[in-house]
Design a protein around this ligand. Structure first.
Ligand code: URA
Length: 308
């Protein structure tokens, strides 16, 4: 396999995991040994360090068995990872300014939906076969779940959380005794951020978040939920305001407030897909138990004991 390509893919994945809140990555000895072999093979092909800077990494890898992603997320070290945001920042116009019309929840939601689906900027940002994705669900929901941005499946379907992360989110809801139709689901950004990466999704840039935020806030204004759930770092940054010092692990599991609504911060379902340990599942489940308690939902002993 092409070493540069493989290393780039690993770095992209590590960046993505860090943004999802993963703080440590454990590498099995077997994996390390495979990596060493791969680098050793390339070394033998007499590629100089200058031509291929990854060779330096091979030397470092020989002495490392646990990489702390938390360490690399300090502002100075962050720069060493590949940029995941579009190079031409300030591409987008000012965020939209509008006032919701008077009317019923349904009429206001329809008005907003149409506005977002016809939004010139949102449409200009789409991938070739992608659709603008607006929030959906029960307009009288107690719970407003806020994700990051559509992924590959969502941009094709035009609906939020219908891919693997969505399936996991539905399992969490089901464990609470709820169905998709009982909650409202929105995203901070209404399009799938374009990127040149080999695969996967790019987290939205600050500019993209700022542009779409009025649309998300207007949905909150219409739904008036009892509880908002920020799923992951992008949702948290969007709803709480950007703070480079904020660590998801410090703010999750606690109550915050957004626009006067109680807000629970938890990990994004894709974090669990990347990191399916019992411990991570339990953390997320404990956050949802707090939500159930706040809503006065009945919690069985069985539910209390999930992932213990
Ligand atoms: N991840 C999100 O944050 N939102 C979606 O709609 C799908 C995946």
């Amino acid at each position: 396999m092409n070493l540069t390509f493989a290393t780039k893919a690993v770095l992209e994945e590590l960046t993505r995991m860090r943004l999802d809140g993963i703080e440590k990555v454990y590498i099995q000895d077997e994996t390390l040994s495979c990596l060493k072999q791969l680098f050793d093979t390339e070394d033998q092909e007499e590629v100089s360090d200058e031509e291929n800077p990854e060779i330096g990494l091979s030397k470092k890898l020989k002495s490392v068995s646990t990489i702390s992603v938390e360490e690399s997320s300090s502002p100075t070290k962050r720069k060493e990872l590949p940029s995941n945001t579009p190079e031409d920042s300030c591409r987008l116009p000012q965020s939209p300014v509008f006032q919701l019309p008077e009317g019923t929840k349904e009429s206001r939601w329809e008005w907003l939906r149409e506005k977002v689906l016809e939004c010139e900027t949102c449409n200009a940002e789409l991938n070739p076969n992608g659709k603008v994705v607006f929030g959906e669900g029960n307009l009288n929901a107690d719970i407003f779940l806020c994700g990051e941005a559509p992924g590959a499946e969502e941009e094709i379907a035009g609906s939020p959380f219908v891919g693997p992360a969505g399936e996991l989110l539905m399992k969490i809801l089901s464990a609470m005794g709820l169905q998709r139709e009982q909650v409202y689901i929105g995203n901070i950004v209404n399009w799938r951020p374009r990127h040149n990466l080999a695969y996967g999704n790019r987290p939205p840039s600050r500019e993209e978040i700022d542009f779409c935020l009025p649309y998300l806030k207007a949905q909150l204004q219409i739904i008036e939920p009892k509880i908002v759930v920020a799923l992951g770092k992008t949702a948290t940054d969007g709803l709480m305001g950007h703070d480079p010092k904020r660590r998801l692990s410090h703010v999750r599991g606690n109550w915050h407030e957004v626009m006067g609504y109680p807000m629970m911060v938890t990990y994004h379902p894709s974090y669990l897909l990347h990191n399916p340990s019992k411990n991570s599942k339990r953390k997320v489940w404990e956050d949802f138990l707090l939500i159930m308690e706040k809503l006065g939902m009945t919690i069985t002993e069985k539910q209390r004991g999930f992932f213990l």
